[in-house]
Design a protein around this ligand. Sequence first.
Ligand SMILES: NC(=O)c1ccc[n+]([C@@H]2O[C@H](COP(=O)([O-])OP(=O)(O)OC[C@H]3O[C@@H](n4cnc5c(N)ncnc54)[C@H](OP(=O)(O)O)[C@@H]3O)[C@@H](O)[C@H]2O)c1
Length: 234
Amino acid sequence: MNINKKICLVTGASSGIGYAIAKSLHAEDYCIVATARRNNRLKQLNIEDILTGDLCNYDFQDSILNYIISKYGRCDYLFNCAGTIEAGSIEEIDIDKVTSMLRLNIEATFRLIYKFMKLYKEQGSGHIINISSVLGTKVRATAGAYSATKFAIEALSEALRMELTGTNIKVTCIEPGLVMTELHNDWPVHPKESMNIKEPLNVEDIVETVKFILKQPVHVRIPKLMILPKDHNI
Ligand SMILES: NC(=O)c1ccc[n+]([C@@H]2O[C@H](COP(=O)([O-])OP(=O)(O)OC[C@H]3O[C@@H](n4cnc5c(N)ncnc54)[C@H](OP(=O)(O)O)[C@@H]3O)[C@@H](O)[C@H]2O)c1
């Protein structure tokens, strides 16, 4: 039934950007495999394929890939939306939380990309879309650790782009500024206050960016696409 649909894996699909991408592309008749840890939130997507687990567990990553291959035989899009943020000066930041962030934002994401590259090479096509950040292109005080994780994904993606020259495999980093999601829920002061951003981006802005990227013809590459709210001034 889904053989003519585009197959998409969306990580971080239980909230925020990942949830919005999964919901919107499902409505546009893409076939979505959605994953995150919170099963109750994934269920709200009301889609067939939800896989609940921790992306830092590599057996779980294998099971995601095996599920997709055995059910659909291929995957067209990997949306790397799972991510977390830790802020603080290098000297005061909670180093254990930073380590967890490094494991998810870099190690788990890198490993999934690595696995998908093997699949994409076999099928001769595919697209990796990483939700990076404006902080993957510049650094701010107290954002060094988070920036480092996004710089890492940018570096990996740029090398991949070069290694994939002439193939039908694409890689894109979307680099948003502040988006209203649950990412900063436990911050004592929300960045929209500290950065004086009156109108942050919303998840629909990111979905529109994704749709723009997806509608490009086969010969077009969009390696990076930055999207900022109008009050972003650094
Ligand atoms: N919001 C912004 O201002 C902003 C700006 C630039 C870039 N970004 C990036 O956008 C991406 C999405 O963030 P968001 O803003 O949509 O935040 P969010 O609403 O907090 O979503 C984060 C997602 O990651 C999942 N996740 C966290 N830890 C996980 C783990 N160990 N295993 C599997 N899934 C895990 C969460 O699901 P569970 O908790 O259910 O596992 C959730 O679905 C992140 O990479 C973030 O860095 C966000």
